[in-house]
Design a protein around this ligand. Sequence first.
Ligand SMILES: [Zn+2]
Length: 137
Amino acid sequence: MNQSSEFNDPKGQGMPPPYTAEPPPPPPVTNPSYPYPPPPMATAPVQGVVFQTSPAYVPVVVTAMMGPKPASVTCRSCNQQIVTRVETKPSTKTHLFALLLCFVFWPCVCLPYCIDSCQNADHYCPNCNAYIGSYTD
Ligand SMILES: [Zn+2]
């Protein structure tokens, strides 16, 4: 029998058909790497352009412009609106006036000491006794 001989043929045992491996299909493009749009920097709403309109801080210097009379100022020590307490004291100018009057018209020698405008005026805070400023004629 040829069949038996064919079955015994070692070359014909269950040889699978020649498997021609197909080239693998290209991987499916599940994540297309298309360039996503750039961040919208140009069209972003411009923030941070808030101008701070805080009023300029102007330190109040009250020492320079004090007059011979009590003045309403803000005490730098206790930060309260106060009317300064004025203490007058004779200045050099006062003594010069007195000396001059001593020669010219001596009964009036004490007059400069009685005139505030001829004396220095020291301003003090009535609350905390802080020295505010002085007035010198
Ligand atoms: Zn004060």
